[in-house]
Design a protein around this ligand. Structure first.
Ligand code: NZQ
Ligand code: ZN
Length: 377
C-alpha cells in the first residue's frame, strides 16, 4: 500500500542518558513533571530527573495509575493550566506516557477531554511532550497513541494524533532493573503481541515488514527463553525490541489487525486486568477461532520464528500459548474475575465503541467474541 512515514521522536538510548534532559528541554519552558504511583522515588529515577532539571522551572503531578483514568488526568489538566505549563515531561511506563498525551491534547480544549476518545473533538494542537521511559512494553514513548480509561463507565478507549508524538524519549535500560518479574513479563508479552498484530495478517509479500517483524519476534523469543539470565544487554535488548515493535515502522504499508487488543482493552476496563495479560489470555483463542484466515501467516511464523517443520497451524498456536505459560502467566480468564457475564459485557462495550465487526476481514462478530471468551474461561 502507498504510505507516508515519519517518526519524529528523538531517541536517546543508553546508560546515564537521563542527565541529557537538561539539554533536551529549552530553559524557557515551564514543565509539568508527570509520574505514577511513586516507583521512581524508590529506584533513583526521581533524583536523576530532579538533578537534570535543576536549572529548569517545573511543577510535579504524581499519581497517574496503571490503566490511567480520565478522572485523574482531568485533575492534571487543571493543574497544568493553573501553572501555565508549556511542556510535559512524562516519567514512567505506558500509563504515564499515555496520560501525558491526554493532558497535552486536552490542555487547549474547553470541553470534556473524553470527547477526544470518542472522536467528538480532534486535537488541532497539543503541548510538547518529552519522555523518560521506565518500563519497556508499549512503545508509547515514540508513537502517537494513547489508551485511557473512564472509571465511571469502565470504558477503555484509544486515540492517536500527529501532535502527540513525544519530541524525545530517553531509554536508559538500567531503569528496568527495579521492575518486578510481573511487569517484565508484561513487557515481553505486550511487545510480542504488538508485532503479531502487525504481522499475523495476510500474505502480502512486503518483505521488509515481514522479515523485520520476524527479527523482532525472534529477539523477544530469545529474551523469553533467557528470562532467568537477565544482564545489562538483556535489558537493553528488551528496551529496544519493545520500542521497535510499536514505533510504527513494521505496520507501515501493510494491513494490521488489532482484534486481540480491542477485546483486551475491554477486559482491562471492566476488570482492571494488566494489559499484557489480557492479550496473553485472548490471542491464542482468537487465533483458534480465526484459523482459516490466519493459517498462512501462522505457518510462516512457525517456520521462520519457531523453526517448526509443520503444516498444522494448531501446533504454532500451541507454541505461542506455551510461551506465555512458560513465563508463569495464568491464561484462565475465570481466575481474574467471578463475573459470569463476561462475554455479554465485552460485546456490549465493543458495540458501544463501534466494533460490531472487526479483524482483518471484518470476520470478528459478536458470536466470534463470545466463542473466544468461552474458550478463554
Ligand atoms: O506507577 P508507578 O509507581 O510508577 O509503578 C508502575 C506501575 O505500577 C510500575 N513501574 C513502572 N516503571 C517501573 C515500575 N516499577 C518499578 N521500576 C520501574 N522502573 O509498573 C506498573 C505498570 O506501569 P504501566 O505504565 O501501567 O505499564 P505499561 O508500560 O505496561 O503500560 C500499560 C498501559 O499502556 C497501554 C495499556 O493499555 C495500559 O493502559 N498501552 C498503550 C499503548 C500505546 N500508547 O501505544 C499500546 C499498548 O498496546 C497498550 O494498550
Ligand atoms: Zn499492547
Amino acid at each position: 500500500m502507498n504510505f507516508t512515514y515519519k517518526n519524529p521522536t528523538l531517541i536517546e538510548f543508553g546508560k546515564g542518558k537521563i542527565a541529557n534532559l537538561k539539554n533536551l528541554i529549552p530553559k524557557d519552558r515551564t514543565i509539568l513533571f508527570l509520574y505514577g504511583g511513586g516507583s521512581i522515588k524508590r529506584n533513583g529515577i526521581y533524583e536523576q530527573v530532579i538533578q537534570a532539571l535543576q536549572n529548569h522551572s517545573f511543577v510535579e503531578f504524581s499519581g497517574v495509575e496503571p490503566n490511567p483514568t480520565k478522572e485523574t488526568l482531568d485533575k492534571a489538566v487543571l493543574f497544568a493550566r493553573e501553572n501555565n505549563v508549556d511542556f510535559i515531561l512524562a516519567v514512567g511506563g505506558g500509563s504515564v506516557i499515555d496520560g501525558s498525551k491526554y493532558i497535552a491534547s486536552s490542555f487547549h480544549y474547553d470541553g470534556d477531554g473524553w470527547d477526544i476518545l470518542e472522536n467528538k473533538y480532534i486535537p488541532k494542537k497539543a503541548l510538547d511532550i518529552g519522555v523518560v521511559l521506565t518500563l519497556a512494553a508499549t512503545g508509547s514513548e515514540s508513537n502517537s497513541g494513547a489508551v485511557i480509561t473512564k472509571k465511571q463507565t469502565k470504558e477503555k478507549r484509544f486515540f492517536g494524533s500527529p501532535f502527540t508524538y513525544p519530541s524525545f524519549a530517553i531509554l536508559d535500560p538500567d531503569v528496568l532493573k527495579s521492575l518486578d518479574d510481573r511487569q517484565i513479563v508484561n513487557g515481553l508479552i505486550d511487545s510480542f503481541v504488538h508485532v503479531c498484530e502487525q504481522y499475523l495478517t495476510i500474505n502480502h509479500g512486503c518483505l521488509v515488514q515481514d522479515r523485520y517483524s520476524e527479527a523482532l519476534l525472534l529477539s523477544i523469543l530469545e529474551l523469553m527463553q533467557t528470562f532467568d539470565k537477565k544482564d545489562d544487554l538483556w535489558y537493553a535488548n528488551l528496551m529496544w525490541s519493545a520500542n521497535q515493535a510499536l514505533n510504527g515502522l513494521i505496520g507501515t504499508g501493510v494491513p494490521q489487525d488489532w482484534a486481540t487488543h480491542f477485546i483486551g482493552h475491554e477486559l482491562s476496563g471492566l476488570y482492571g486486568i494488566d494489559h499484557a495479560r489480557t492479550l496473553a489470555i485472548i490471542q491464542p483463542n482468537l487465533l483458534r477461532e480465526l484459523l482459516d484466515e490466519k493459517s498462512q501467516k501462522l505457518l510462516q511464523m512457525g517456520k521462520n520464528v519457531f523453526a517448526m517443520q509443520t503444516d498444522d497451524v494448531n501446533k504454532v498456536i500451541d507454541k505461542i500459548e506455551s510461551l506465555y505459560l512458560s513465563l508463569g502467566v495464568n491464561l484462565k480468564l475465570s481466575s481474574y474475575t467471578d463475573d459470569k457475564n463476561i462475554a455479554q459485557k465485552v460485546i456490549e462495550l465493543l458495540h458501544k465503541h463501534g466494533f460490531d465487526r472487526f479483524g482483518i476481514n471484518r470476520t470478528v462478530s459478536k458470536d466470534t467474541v463470545e466463542k473466544i471468551i468461552k474458550r478463554s474461561l
